[in-house]
Design a protein around this ligand. Sequence first.
Ligand SMILES: Nc1ncnc2c1ncn2[C@@H]1O[C@H](COP(=O)(O)OP(=O)(O)OP(=O)(O)O)[C@@H](O)[C@H]1O
Length: 480
Amino acid sequence: MQNQNPNMEPQPLLPKSWSIHTRAEIIAKYEILERVGSGAYSDVYKGRRLSDNLIVALKEVHDYQSAFREIEALQILQNSPNVVLLHEYFWREDEDAVLVLEFLRTDLASLISEAKKEGGISVGEIKRWMVQILCGVDACHRNMIVHRDLKPGNLLIGEDGVLKLADFGQARILLEHDFVGPDDNHQPYEPDAPYPENIDQAAQVGDDMENESQERCGNQEQGIMNREDYFRALDELKAKHTVDETDKETNVHDGDTSCLATCTGSDIEDDFLKGSYSYDAEDAGDGGQGALTSCVGTRWFRPPELLYGSTSYGLEVDLWSLGCIFAELLTLQPLFPGTSDIDQLAKIFNVLGNLTEEVWPDCAKLPDYKTISFNKVENPIGLQSCLPSRSTDEISLVRKLVCYDPAGRANAMELLEDKYFNEEPLPVPTSGLHVPLTKSGQDEDSPRGWYDDMGSDSDFDEFGPVDVTRTKTGFSIRFY
Ligand SMILES: Nc1ncnc2c1ncn2[C@@H]1O[C@H](COP(=O)(O)OP(=O)(O)OP(=O)(O)O)[C@@H](O)[C@H]1O
């Protein structure tokens, strides 16, 4: 391994698998330099392409479904400047998929933790980071791709200051594209044909929903669709493809899942709601071909509908996460740092007030809504208190996203047109952004650092003292 500090006792970070080093087709084309990180499903290595010395990231994905999703989404989004570029992938029977991605040296989580030490981020820089994030999310959503795990650690940043959405392992496409990916039998590796021929057809679906925000996002090759047509097309698509369990033949639908107390196998043992859900039906139920699960995303960025086990969600889940990310960019602190799924809801209620039918009439239909009841929060502190010393426009921007009714959340394109981004101080040019030299946590025990470990999964024993009492319909929880 390179880049180890010779003065320190080496702390080898053991990958889940060494198979990448034994894959002849990979080492014939790439030199594997060092492991740069790992996630729930993957080990990621820095590599060098032998033909031209290009530095790349080699992501070895240990989970078939996660690899399939990431490849499928990245192929569709290949022309999006704010989405990580997939150079090629290797996949053959009985082997983990290896994705060859452009290498990006740091991420937004590192930027935030560095800014905390160095006294903050200027408004012009915050705006440029936000515009780039919005462009990436807009690209996903116009292709009806819901990322489902937006968080600062998954927003990678290159040395040139260009920010790119990454980690599409939990993404779902709410629209059928003509993609031919590895099927259940795993497609053999074809060295001369790294991408399916029909990527262009797949990307075409997105091309049909273009608009003026393309120019802002640097994607100027495509034609123009006016704003009205864009929203009409988007509404039609949403109506057709929002996850709906009532239409199991044609639509993507959910399994019977709950997220209030789920997500890790170990949690299930201690879960007093366990009778009310089955664990990740998406993976277990139908081979992942149709069902969605509420157990997606990192807890701090997960919207209330998922925490309550929604079985009919759409692109809007990403918009809530976006609001949490923006708030964090503005304050350098996580907005809702829940220590368990229930604590997560409690933290949200403490700020926004309880989730009731008055604020979102459909909330009572959420699977776990009646299963668990919370104390009434008499005096919610409001978003403004969470964003001290930030401007009214900034608070209003976050408010447009962190809103209970998913239909009320502003979409990425609407936000790109928000006056906030068009008035002084204007977003600085990308070249004027300060970019951290490394990823935080790279030298720590966990390559992902403390940040990603916080709030990454359900954990019932982490929240503070509570009094749980049975009610007719489920449980009542009182926090102290
Ligand atoms: N293109 C890249 N360039 C540089 N580092 C990368 C790249 N892609 C991923 N990484 C790093 O590798 C680590 C794991 O990547 P990633 O989050 O994509 O994996 P994952 O298994 O899907 O993770 P998670 O558990 O968050 O779902 C992270 O630290 C990430 O920053």
